[in-house]
Design a protein around this ligand. Structure first.
Ligand code: ZN
Length: 441
């Protein structure tokens, strides 16, 4: 086995074959750590030559996925856990990652024992948590409070149905001269765990912490190593969102919703109208139908347009990227002659959701116009469509599913680019919203 010496910045992960006093990437001093990288896999294969097989002889059956018995989680993963996959579950501390992992372990342990590597809580704390969650397969969840994971490579992990590592920031490999949680340690441990998952065909779930300030090393660095990345987020309303941001085995924009109860996380399977439950018609409030992952659901967009208190107008967006608000504002000002450019604009998506779907554009525009003209829309109207720089309203994916969803939730009037009476450009918005108020349309 050939070993290669390299130097890695312990702050940002910058790697160089030569020693550096100051990291050229993050400009920190004295962060270079020397260590030997094992290139065993590549070297051994090149030494032994390679063995090629005709494509037709390669086993083409998709390996059966493991049913997690948590429907929302199955959907997030694209239909269950793929054996041998490496799944990163990241989120802020205290959000419920360990709770979810324990609940999942309990369900998997019904069939095969689960190995739970806990560097985060003492084994006793974990037991207490398991009692609180009323787990039923505790005898088949084997806990090891290992902070050094080197032994995993040699010990027989074959009997396990799943391995949980909680968390990446607390484990270490003794061969890496760096503290747990450091960039180098997290990277090396993740590398080792991912290859262990592949070689054993056992799924590895790895918990990783992130802070709002991005203080703790890890997730970004690990994301390209793993097959699937799930982000666990909380909302102001108390719901927990599990967002799939990367998935080699399924759609990468799924959102699963959970509720934290005294007995752990409970899945919320029908989110179609969950985020419009508190909707009331008022100037600036508009309902939109969003399509994220594999389902459509309703959201409420709220806008407030007001005279600036200070010289420069303010723009604040929560729940949609600020760029969407800026783009829609510019288009409305330039193409529809609504002078929003000199006004304060506040935008919010109720429920704490973060929307990436550009189909929300038309609802943003409608909410701004509704607040600007101080006009409430009648109840039961839903907007969707993407807005182009030229002021046109463009169709978006899964139109039929959106329409169907809206109608089922008694939003029977759809304002969208499709259809004979469809909205073609943003200029029509003023007329439509004015007409809706007077009931003319
Ligand atoms: Zn650096």
């Amino acid at each position: 086995m050939k070993k290669k010496r390299s130097y890695v910045c312990d702050v940002c992960g910058y790697e160089s074959p030569a020693w550096f006093g100051r990291c050229p990437s993050c400009n920190e001093w004295n962060t270079a750590i020397a260590f030997l990288t094992e290139r065993d896999q590549e070297d051994s294969s090149s030494a032994a030559g390679f063995e090629a097989k005709p494509l037709s002889e390669i086993d083409g059956d998709e390996s059966p996925r493991m049913d997690t018995r948590i429907e929302e989680l199955n959907r997030s993963l694209g239909g269950g856990i793929v054996p041998g996959s490496a799944i990163l579950v990241s989120g802020e501390p205290g959000i419920g990652k360990s709770t979810l992992m324990l609940q999942l372990s309990d369900l998997i342990a019904g069939e095969k024992p689960v190995l739970y590597i806990s560097g985060e809580e003492s084994v006793r704390q974990l037991r207490l948590r398991a009692e609180r969650l009323r787990l039923s397969n505790k005898e088949r969840i084997e806990v090891v409070s290992a902070n050094e994971i080197d032994s995993l490579k040699v010990s027989g992990i074959d009997k396990y149905g799943m391995v949980v590592v909680d968390s990446l920031q607390t484990i270490r490999m003794s061969s890496v001269p760096s503290l747990p949680g450091s960039v180098v340690q997290v990277r090396e441990c993740s590398n080792m765990l991912v290859s262990l998952a592949k070689s054993s065909d056992i799924p590895f779930l790895m918990v990783s912490h992130i802070t709002k300030g991005g203080q703790i090393a890890g997730p970004k660095l690990v994301e390209h190593l793993v097959d699937t990345v799930l982000y666990f987020e909380s909302s102001k309303t108390g719901y927990r969102f599990l967002r799939t941001v990367k998935n080699r085995f399924g759609p990468s924009d799924e959102i699963a919703v959970f509720e934290m109860t005294s007995e752990g996380l409970r899945e919320v399977s029908d989110i179609s109208s969950l985020f419009v439950e508190d909707y009331t018609s008022a100037p600036g409030n508009v309902v939109s139908v969003i399509y994220e992952g594999s389902r459509a659901f309703l959201i409420e967009v709220q806008a407030l347009v007001s005279k600036p208190v200070y010289g420069t107008p303010r723009r604040l967006a929560s729940g949609v990227p600020l760029e969407r608000l800026l783009l829609v504002t510019a288009v409305l000002t330039k193409r529809a002659g609504i002078p929003l450019d000199s006004l304060d604009l506040y935008l919010n998506v109720a429920g704490g959701l973060q929307i990436e779907d550009t189909g929300v554009d038309l609802a943003i525009a409608a909410a701004l116009v509704s607040s600007y003209t101080d006009t409430s829309l009648p109840e039961g109207v839903a907007f969707f469509g993407e807005i182009g720089l030229d002021g046109t309203v463009r169709s978006v994916s899964s139109t039929e599913k959106r329409v169907e969803r809206a109608k089922k939730s008694s939003f029977s009037r759809i304002a969208a680019p499709e259809g004979r009476n469809g909205i073609k450009d943003v200029k029509q918005l003023l007329k439509i919203i004015g007409g809706m108020k007077s009931g003319k349309e």
